[in-house]
Design a protein around this ligand. Structure first.
Ligand code: ATP
Ligand code: MG
Length: 230
């Protein structure tokens, strides 16, 4: 059992195939301590999402080990693991209900004050207050009345309220305007503090702010370093 995840993440000699004979990841090694922000970049089909799939145990590693705080994640109950992990995929999942209930999705016991504090930290408060009924505005299932940036900000608030040690974010590829980009950049900074984050990064601002960029190509990490180093 893993009583409390602190958030150090290690891949040790990890190789993986979805289908026999077709290696997708080939001997991946890295160690990051709690609080690191890691940007995964590289061409399509390189293996970025696969790395994330193994970390969240969407698939089990076949060769090598994935460790969190030194413990092989195979030895951790899936439920315990998932509780400590916040996963935000490209298509932000919103459901019909109020903005408030969407923020509280993973923490229904949270108070409205806590939810609002989370929204403020990720810079979502202002746009929410500009909606017809503020936090109690009803939104529909896909959040179609909201822009991509607004949907992402709500998902940031939701993730912050859930407070996972490890955060996984697959950034949307859709083009956004400069103002939205700045809002998301600011919001993301509020969310990243104190956790270990793996971001499949498409925005330059995210890449610039990462502690480490890993360039994945053809199943290997071919380069790593900060934006200034690479
Ligand atoms: P993108 O930038 O397009 O999202 P990626 O770097 O995330 O690419 P992956 O999704 O990790 O790439 O895919 C790596 C390789 O694994 C690709 O060749 C892909 O076709 C293959 N692959 C991904 N998922 C599966 C699956 N569920 N079953 C079989 N092959 C898969
Ligand atoms: Mg991918």
């Amino acid at each position: 059992p893993m009583p409390e995840v602190k958030g150090a993440v290690e891949f040790r000699n990890v190789s993986f195939s979805y289908e026999e004979g077709k290696k997708i990841l080939d001997n991946i090694n890295f160690t990051f301590r709690l609080g690191s922000t890691i940007a995964l970049v590289g061409p399509t089909g390189a293996g970025k999402s696969t790395i994330i799939n193994l970390l969240s145990r969407f698939y089990d590693v076949q060769e090598g080990e994935v460790l969190i705080d030194g413990i092989n994640i195979r030895d951790v109950q899936l439920e315990t693991l998932r509780k400590q992990m916040g996963v935000m995929l490209q298509d932000t999942f919103l459901f019909s209900g109020t903005v408030m209930s969407n923020i509280k999705y993973a923490r229904p016991d949270a108070t409205d004050e806590e939810a609002i504090r989370a929204a403020k930290t990720v810079c979502a408060h202002e746009f929410i207050m500009n909606m017809s009924n503020g936090y109690y505005t009803e939104i529909n299932e896909r959040g179609t009345r909201l822009s991509i940036g607004e949907r992402q900000l709500i998902s940031f608030a939701r993730a912050l309220l859930a407070d996972p040690r490890i955060l996984i974010l697959d950034e949307a590829t859709s083009s956004i305007d400069t103002r939205t980009e700045l809002a998301l950049q600011k919001g993301l900074q509020g969310l990243l503090v104190g956790r270990t984050s793996f971001i499949i990064a498409h925005r330059l601002s995210t890449i610039k702010n990462a502690h480490c960029i890993m360039y994945v190509d053809n199943g290997s990490i071919v380069e790593r370093g900060t934006h200034d180093e690479l």
